[in-house]
Design a protein around this ligand. Structure first.
Ligand code: SER
Length: 319
């Protein structure tokens, strides 16, 4: 039987593509998209859509009961860079929304949750190369603190209340359909847009800053995979390390230059450099690969190809 799904934060970078994929798998009538505003008309116009404030438990409960929802994907969050500008707002949004969803499950109103964590749970004292699943975690951003605390609460709700909550620590996600907003890894999306529009990019991270990254299609596949796995395959109820590739701005520039040879870049690191420097360079995700059969498909060359081809054809359609 198809689950009845509510996606919260469906207009965002990951939420928008996840919504379309889940509608294709489960049928448009079984996937209700929601967000705080009509931020993405493709999502709003392609199926059921509700305006929903993720911090408002009563509205969330009304929406869940209206559609008989049993599964929630909570994709709303304030990311690392914006979170540093509005620390209390980031704390309130990221924690309130998680508790609302966890409590709906604790109260048996829904029975399954997907909640994303992030590489931001790690900090400067974490081993940087091949960061293990279980290691020192001392995040220094508000976003990272909310994700680290959130992981502990997910595990707690699973252990104490038997809540079926599943989570992965996303690396930086690269996509062409919907722009990311307020993250430190966003440069790896911006750079493709600017390469095509201006043949030049001012990069806010330094050229050798290596971070774990992943193409959107891989991220969506991981999300669907962990949610489709049988409950006893999910051995980790905090959040799984998840990895595809790692690269620096310099690597992306080289890859873009193989398509656009006149592309230039200048490096002007800002406050996001310190955030990036606190995160791992690469991630060991063998638990995800072993427990629910995760594997990635896109390397940097394939990502560059997808990004440039699709952004070019979007620009042609709009001109
Ligand atoms: N992409 C996120 C950020 O940069 C990390 O999860 O904030």
């Amino acid at each position: 039987m198809n689950p009845k799904i509510l996606i919260i934060g469906a207009c965002g970078q990951i939420g928008s593509e996840l919504t379309q994929k889940l509608r294709a798998i489960h049928g448009a009538d079984n996937v209700i998209a929601s967000d705080i505003n009509y931020g993405n008309l493709d999502v709003v116009n392609s199926g059921l859509f509700e305006i929903l404030d993720a911090q408002d438990y009563s509205s969330m409960k009304i929406c869940v009961e209206k559609y008989n929802i049993d599964t929630i994907y909570l994709m709303a969050a304030m990311l690392s860079a914006t979170g540093e500008k509005y620390p209390m707002k980031a704390w309130d949004l990221n924690m309130d929304s998680l508790f609302n969803v966890l409590n709906l499950a604790k109260n048996k109103i829904i029975n399954k949750i997907f909640w994303p964590s992030s590489i931001a749970v790690f900090g400067p004292t974490t081993p940087k190369e091949n960061t293990p699943q279980y290691t020192v975690m001392e995040p220094t951003t508000v976003y990272g603190i909310t994700k680290q605390v959130g992981e502990r609460w997910c595990e707690y709700y699973h252990n104490k209340y038997n809540v079926d909550v599943r989570s992965i620590r996303y690396p930086g996600i690269i996509s062409w359909k919907t722009l990311p907003g307020g993250g430190t890894t966003d440069y790896a999306v911006d750079i493709y847009h600017k390469a095509l529009a201006d043949n030049h990019y001012d990069c806010f991270l330094s050229e050798h800053t290596e971070l774990p990254m992943m193409f959107m299609d891989d991220a969506i596949e991981a999300t669907i995979k962990i949610m489709q796995a049988p409950p006893d395959a999910i051995k980790i109820r905090s959040s799984y390390n998840l990895a595809a590739i790692s690269f620096t701005p310099e690597h992306v520039v080289k890859s873009i230059k193989s398509h656009l040879k006149d592309f230039t870049v200048s490096y002007e690191p800002d406050f996001r450099q310190e955030i990036a420097d606190s995160w791992p360079k690469s991630i060991d995700d063998n638990h995800a690969r072993k427990d629910w059969n995760w594997s990635h498909h896109y390397d940097l060359e394939a990502i560059t190809n997808e990004m440039l081809t699709n952004l070019k054809s979007l620009a042609n359609q709009n001109s």
